[in-house]
Design a protein around this ligand. Structure first.
Ligand code: DGI
Ligand code: FE
Ligand code: FE
Length: 189
């Protein structure tokens, strides 16, 4: 399936808002790939498809993961929304014909990050946060600049703001989010 076909299919699956967000992540990831010398086409595909399973209800997300043998952590049972990342990677492979591991990894880890992220993982994680259709979050102007000046500073800045945001909201922080934040805090300081 080429990217035009992927785009057409995706449009029938997502709400128009979520679809516009996906296209925003697609082209933002493309510009970051140019900036940092990552594979441009892979960045576009990963950006486009990163939320492709987001439309499933929480019950469906759990049921699909159980059926597919994807392990669900305690935190993921409590916040099934988190599962859309893993499921989007499965759907990218099974329904959109993506076989590239760099793309599939970037989709898998786009919500929590992971310690030792690849360049493509970082690009998709950041592009998801800064794409132009995203509601403006605290320090967004600075974070957007950092995305094109220092990718690791930008990554840590987003991780920090996410953890702070979740803490303030009284949400459970996924252990992988926490590990990622701690890993990059140590690495950068
Ligand atoms: O799918 P998007 O909305 O584009 O963005 P995303 O994949 O980063 O998912 C954002 C959602 O995931 C948002 O509802 C907050 C939630 N989330 C991200 N990290 C954590 C988290 N929720 C919990 N409980 N814990 C986390 O660590
Ligand atoms: Fe997402
Ligand atoms: Fe997203």
């Amino acid at each position: 399936m080429d990217r035009i076909q992927m785009t057409e299919k995706l449009k029938t699956k997502l709400s128009s808002k979520r679809f516009e967000h996906s296209v925003g992540v697609e082209y933002t990831a493309g510009t970051m790939a140019y900036m940092y010398g990552a594979d441009y086409n892979k960045a576009l595909t990963a950006g486009l498809l990163h939320d492709c399973a987001k439309y499933l209800s929480n019950d469906k997300k759990i049921a699909k993961c159980e059926k597919l043998g994807i392990s669900i952590s305690k935190c993921e049972y409590q916040n099934p929304e988190l599962l859309h990342a893993k499921l989007s990677a499965v759907y990218a492979r099974e329904k959109y014909g993506v076989t590239d591991d760099e793309i599939l990894s970037a989709i898998t880890y786009h919500t929590t990050g992971r310690p030792g992220m690849s360049l493509m993982d970082k690009i998709i994680y950041i592009a998801d946060y800064i794409e132009p259709n995203r509601a403006v979050l605290p320090e967004m102007e600075e974070i957007r600049k950092e995305a094109y000046t220092d990718i690791d500073i930008c990554l840590l800045h987003i991780l920090k703001n996410c953890v702070t945001y979740l803490e303030n909201k009284g949400e459970v922080i996924d252990p992988v989010t926490k590990e990622t934040y701690e890993y990059y805090s140590k690495l950068m300081n």
